[in-house]
Design a protein around this ligand. Structure first.
Ligand code: PEP
Length: 262
C-alpha cells in the first residue's frame, strides 16, 4: 500500500486575538503559497489546512476561497449533538457541513483534559460527525507519567479501542485520520524523537490493521511541538503521514516551512 497523501494542519486554538490578526495570518498563508511556485502545496501532493476558532471559521474560509488558495479550514471541535436545536453554545456537525466545512478535530488533548471529554462524549462526537459526512482528525496521546510508567502504547491503543465501534468500518476507511499527540510534547517545546514517534505510529498502524486490513491506509499525523527544524526528520518516518501544528502554525513562514517538509 502506498503512503497516504499527507496532511499538515495548523491548529490555531484560541488565537490570534482580533479579526484583523486572523485575516493577516490568513493573507500571509495565501501570499507565501502563491509566491512559492516550486511547491504544489495542497493541490496534489499535500492536504494543507488551518483550524481557526468557530468565531472566525467562515471569515477565514471565505478569504481562502476568494484567493483560490488550496488551504482548507478545519473545525477545532464539534458538538456531540446532531442537527439543530436547543443546545446553547454548541456548533453541530450538520451546521459545519452546511457551511462547507468538511473536517473537524475531535478529542484534542486540551478538550480531554480541560473539558473532561472521555470516551462517552467522544463516541457521540464521532457519531455526530460521520452522520453529517465530515472527515475527522481524532487525537490521541499519552501523558508524561503514562510514558514514564511504560504504558504509552497501551494508553494510545486504548484511546482507539474505546471509540472504535462507535462508527462503522466504512467510516474509518473513508473519514478518519488519527493524530498522535503525546501530551507532554504539546506546547512544551519537547518533541518526540523521530524514533519514538515512528515506533508509536507503527504500533497504531498495526493496531488499526488488526481491526481490518483495509485500515492500513488511515493517515496518522504527528503533533507536539512540530517546528521548521524538526519537521523534516519527522516527515521522513515511514508511518508519519503529516503533522498537526499548534504554536508554529501562528507564524505563516514557520507553518509553510513545516508544510514543505511533508
Ligand atoms: C496541538 O495542540 O495540536 C499541538 C501540536 O500544539 P504544539 O504544536 O504547540 O505543541
Amino acid at each position: 500500500s502506498s503512503k497516504p497523501k499527507p496532511w499538515v494542519i495548523g491548529n490555531w486554538k484560541m488565537n490570534p486575538e482580533t479579526p484583523m490578526a486572523q485575516q493577516q495570518l490568513t493573507q500571509q498563508l495565501i501570499d507565501q503559497i502563491i509566491h512559492d511556485p516550486a511547491s504544489d502545496m495542497g493541490a496534489t501532493t499535500l492536504n494543507l489546512a488551518v483550524a481557526p476558532t468557530f468565531l472566525h471559521l467562515l471569515m477565514v474560509q471565505q478569504q481562502l476561497q476568494q484567493a483560490k488558495s488550496p488551504v482548507q479550514v478545519v473545525a477545532q471541535d464539534v458538538s456531540r449533538f446532531a442537527g439543530t436545536g436547543a443546545y446553547t453554545g454548541d456548533v453541530s456537525a450538520q451546521l459545519l457541513a452546511s457551511a462547507g466545512i468538511t473536517i473537524t478535530l475531535i478529542g484534542h488533548s486540551e478538550r480531554r483534559s480541560l473539558y473532561a471529554e472521555g470516551a462517552v462524549v467522544l463516541r457521540e462526537k464521532l457519531q455526530a460527525a460521520v452522520k453529517a459526512g465530515l472527515d475527522i482528525v481524532f487525537c490521541i496521546g499519552e501523558t508524561l507519567s503514562e510514558r514514564e510508567a511504560g504504558q504509552a502504547e497501551q494508553v494510545v491503543l486504548q484511546q482507539i479501542a474505546e471509540v472504535f465501534d462507535s462508527v462503522s468500518l466504512q467510516d474509518w476507511q473513508q473519514h478518519l485520520i488519527i493524530a498522535y499527540e503525546p501530551v507532554w510534547a504539546i506546547g512544551t517545546g519537547k518533541t518526540a524523537s523521530p524514533d519514538d514517534a515512528e515506533s508509536m505510529h507503527a504500533a497504531i498502524r498495526t493496531g488499526l490493521k488488526k481491526y481490518h486490513p483495509s485500515l492500513v491506509d488511515v493517515p496518522i499525523l504527528y503533533g507536539g511541538s512540530v517546528k521548521p527544524d524538526n519537521a523534516a526528520s519527522l516527515a521522513a518516518c515511514a508511518n508519519i503521514n503529516g503533522a498537526l501544528v499548534g504554536g508554529a502554525s501562528l507564524d505563516a513562514g514557520s507553518f509553510i516551512k513545516i508544510a514543505q517538509a511533508f
